[in-house]
Design a protein around this ligand. Sequence first.
Ligand code: FE
Length: 180
Amino acid sequence: MPARILFYICLVWMVSFACTPRSTNSKPFTNQPVSHTLLDSPMPNKSFMEKTEAEWKKILTPEQYEVTRKKGTERAFTGQFWNHKEKGNYKCVCCGSELFKSKTKYDSGCGWPSFYAPADDKIIREATDNTYGMVRVEVMCDNCGAHLGHVFEDGPSEHGGLRYCINSASLTFEKDSTGK
Ligand code: FE
């Protein structure tokens, strides 16, 4: 089998499992078009923070650049924070905006850091993502446009039912000694 065809088969296989939760407490992942309400009330058309590609490359590692500026995805169960349990705040690796709090982080079993809510709705920008034959909702940092991951509707129902499936490479962590 030609290497190129094998590559594409592997790519489709990997993407089809991306962000699929294994937790039995979550709703089944249906891969159906989403109806997430925030998409119906888009953010004001604010400009993203401007930096050149060269400037981003200067301040980010190659993996951070690929994920945040090129909409890449780190492999499941490999990132720095998928199993991270310290108390504190998760910030955008590109601009330092506070994105998520540890108190909303939960174990979805998907292999990526999972949160049921952002630190503030205004810091997350959403867009429909039709790549790889799926309809998903991409989430970005509203300040700098960094790709963070996707939001799904199979999160814990007692907290609103959303799962923000985020790449570790798009985050930094700041420990909070007050335990918030
Ligand atoms: Fe940012």
